[in-house]
Ligand binder design. Structure first.
Ligand code: SF4
Ligand code: SF4
Ligand code: FES
Length: 200
């Protein structure tokens, strides 16, 4: 993979999901509520829908550099976590098909790595929190666990450190400037023609 196609990867892949369009819908003569991201769901005949507006869900304020990577630390910031009674409503609401109830269970057991893994694809859409009967905010709790994992527990990657040093030294500045001038068609062409590294 060339440096240029790596930058195109970052530019295009980073734009796919933002979590801003949490939507509830049902159908005529079928009142069962369903949950999805509007931009990922094709409209169907007789569909009735409403988008969930942003709401100020509980979010602890902390300085990651001052925290310890322990479950006790998370409980101090989110004491309501113990109120989770495993109803699974959050899992049924998740448009990313994440095992939300199970990562909440892992959170209660202070398993930082498992919460980070199971919640990795969370897009912070808010649907799980909007439906939790206990008023919990699974996605903010999981975000804290992912931050603790990334800051304190994840193995360090030499390639990543080297790349960050290259970025900070300005190695890709010219390439980024060039990408900003390209049409969407040209971006897609370069993206589709990029070299792909073997997974081996
Ligand atoms: S909806 Fe709330 S109480 Fe129910 S399992 Fe999920 S986090 Fe726990
Ligand atoms: S875990 Fe919650 S916030 Fe994250 S994608 Fe699923 S429903 Fe949305
Ligand atoms: S608009 Fe970003 S996830 Fe739907």
């Amino acid at each position: 993979m060339t440096e240029q196609t790596r930058m195109i990867d970052i530019y295009i892949m980073g734009k796919q999901f933002c979590g801003a369009c949490a939507t509830i819908y049902n159908f005529k003569n079928d009142s069962q509520l369903r949950y999805d991201l509007a931009c990922q769901k094709t409209a169907e005949q007789d569909m009735y829908l409403v988008q969930i507006p942003f709401f100020p869900a509980a979010k602890a304020i902390y300085n990651l550099e001052e925290l310890e990577p322990t479950g006790e630390q998370v409980l101090r910031l989110y004491p309501d976590l113990v109120k989770c009674f495993g109803c699974n409503t959050c899992t049924k609401s998740c448009p990313q098909q994440l095992e939300v109830m199970w990562y909440m269970s892992d959170a209660l057991r202070s398993d930082i790595r498992e919460v980070a893994n199971k919640s990795f694809d969370c897009v912070m859409c808010g649907l799980c929190a909007a439906r939790c009967p206990q008023g919990l905010v699974p996605y903010n709790i999981a975000l804290l666990y992912r931050r603790l994992y990334g800051r304190y527990l994840a193995p360090r990657s030499k390639q990543l450190e080297d790349r960050i040093a290259e970025i900070e030294a300005g190695k890709f500045d010219d390439l980024l400037e060039e990408l900003k001038t390209l049409s969407q068609k040209e971006l897609h062409r370069r993206y589709n023609e990029r070299d792909i590294e073997s997974a081996d």
